[in-house]
Design a protein around this ligand. Structure first.
Ligand code: PMP
Length: 389
């Protein structure tokens, strides 16, 4: 018998294919707004000063590489806690573990849900990050898609979303983007978050917040406001957090998963289950990224420098958004959105034409990375795009 005979060919990841096409394009004026990483005004993604400094400290002071255990770096987790949850009450009901990136946090959360209640469903707004559904369904959890954003009217379809969420039963979960919605950039405003929090409390729903871009929308605190509202309203909640973007350590796979239980005892039981599930997957998370984040957050000077750099990244994104919005009324909505991404209501033909005519590389969905633009390319990009709208 041929072990691999039953495998089907897999399509290469669409975004990786786009990167390949862009790299192969010889035109010097090409514009890469495909891949989702921060870029500075020179088009690079350099290592943050604070990260470089922390890596030096780590190199000089680390005494051992012995195992840390399945929870990873507990001090890293505790330093993140106030950044995510502030000084909200009920903290003794919230447990946290380090994970391999935000992806690891989502996957660990999904595995816990599948183990705890195979009947639970996760409601997820459309469109969402393309990896959300495969990643969570792979753990065996059923997902229910519901409306979230309408590309053509460039707005959140809040009433349709709330209607759909009324179908959720007690114990069902809501997958919510904490800030900087990927792929649309369209975040709930505070009143909308409050309405979701009320629904969560009223119907016994469980928020599962994906907070992968904290600090890149409007700042660390504002970007956590929605998360805090729904977590406080809920009896039980999950938060998948990532430091890969806001510390710029993408490949170091630096994430965490926090879970709120009904009480301390339940939270302790959840923690034990997270440990045993982690052991069956990665056993222990990779250390380097979390150690670097821990060193930065633990040192007043490095922490202040990181904050400065994060605010610079955030300000650059906001400035590019404002400039696109000012270019043409049809792009005005981009300034009201957050994070690295927005979506253009372009046909697939238009996206392909922008590629061949102008060397502009964006996803077929019309999602583009705002911060892939530069002072030099932003108006050129806007002019080419509005032609196709
Ligand atoms: N959630 C969302 C919405 C994302 O966009 C990403 C990364 N693209 C992640 C989670 C995962 O981040 P990480 O690289 O930390 O696994």
């Amino acid at each position: 018998a041929n072990l691999f005979g039953g495998l089907e060919e897999q399509k290469p990841d669409a975004l990786l294919a786009l990167i390949g096409m862009c790299n192969a394009d010889p035109r010097p004026e090409k514009i890469d707004v495909g891949v989702g990483v921060y870029r500075d005004s020179a088009g690079g993604t350099p290592i943050l000063r604070a990260v470089k400094a922390a890596e030096k400290i780590l190199l000089e002071t680390q005494q051992t590489k012995t195992y840390l255990g399945s929870q990873g770096d507990a001090h890293y987790v505790e330093l993140l806690r106030p950044i995510i949850f502030g000084d909200a009450g009920d903290q003794d009901r919230i447990v946290g573990v380090q994970t391999p990136g935000g992806c690891g946090a989502l996957r660990l959360g999904a595995d816990l849900i599948a183990k705890a209640n195979p009947e639970a469903r996760i409601f997820v707004g459309q469109p969402t990050w393309p990896n959300h559904m495969p990643l969570i369904e792979c753990a065996g959890v059923k997902m229910v898609a519901h409306p979230y954003y309408d590309r053509d009217s460039r707005s959140i379809t809040f009433d349709a979303m709330m209607d759909a969420l009324n179908e959720a039963r007690a114990g069902d979960l809501l997958l919510l983007h904490g800030c900087c919605h990927n792929p649309t950039g369209a975040d709930l405003d505070l009143d909308q978050w409050k309405a979701v929090a009320d629904l969560v409390a009223r119907n016994g729903l469980v928020p599962f917040v994906d907070l992968a871009y904290q600090g890149l929308g409007n700042g660390l605190e504002p970007d956590a406001a929605g998360t805090r509202l729904v977590v406080e309203a809920a009896e039980q909640a999950l938060v998948a957090h990532s430091c890969d973007k806001n510390f710029g350590v993408y490949r170091e796979r630096t994430g965490s998963l926090f879970i709120k239980g009904r009480n301390r005892t339940e939270a302790g039981k959840v923690f034990g289950n997270l440990m045993s599930l982690a052991r069956t997957m990665w056993s222990m998370p990779p250390d380097h990224g979390a150690a670097v984040v821990r060193i930065i957050l633990d040192d007043a000077e490095l922490r202040a420098d990181w904050n400065t750099e994060l605010q610079e990244m955030c300000a650059r994104i906001r400035a590019l958004r404002a400039r696109l919005a000012a270019f043409d009324p049809r792009l005005a909505y981009i300034d009201g959105q957050n994070g690295m991404f927005s979506m253009l209501p372009l046909s697939k033909e238009a996206v392909v034409a922008l590629r061949s005519e102008h060397g502009i590389y964006m996803a077929d969905s019309g999602r583009f990375n705002v911060v892939g633009l530069s002072d030099e390319s932003v108006d050129r990009f806007a002019a080419a795009v509005v032609e196709k709208l």
